[in-house]
Design a protein around this ligand. Sequence first.
Ligand SMILES: [Fe+2]
Length: 202
Amino acid sequence: MSVSQSYTPTVYAAKDYSHIKGLVGITDEQIAVHLKLYQGYVNRTNALLAKLAGLANSGQHADSSYQELKRRAGWEWNGMRLHEYYFDNLAPGGGALEGSRFAERVAAQFGSVDAWKADLLGTAKAPGVGWVITYLDAHSGQIWNHWVTEHEIGHPAGATPILVLDVWEHAFTVYLKPTDRPKYLDDFCANINWDVVSQRLA
Ligand SMILES: [Fe+2]
């Protein structure tokens, strides 16, 4: 049975992160290179969604090329959105962790903020590339640190990203060596925008 379709995909615009300069440790050049990579994800997401819509609107839903593009969509779209979470939770000067809503919640869950941080950094030192995300499960109230492989593999369904940490080597190899991931992780922690992180708990 032929089903007519006229689907119009959203066209995404890259967000402006020109304010992210002068971070502790993470150089402006590193951020500039990383933002260029982010722009690529936005461009490819838009191109891929347009191509999918074109195929679907011409009735090619079951074509293998359509299906393979569907598989790729999670890579591109998450590559775009996860970078937005990451850049959104970075800021020169950061913000106050002590006394924040986030600090209260993780201390209640982990016993202390330091225990949450040790768990975050331990997870982030796992071999491989991907993301470490502090998630909130709204169903149970649980907060935990979670590993996501590449961009799209292993996201917990329905959970809310609270803090997003890029642990792909492209995030730090402009100013460090690949073996310097621990230094990058310390630099990341020194630049977290705690106000944004706490707002995501709302
Ligand atoms: Fe990245």
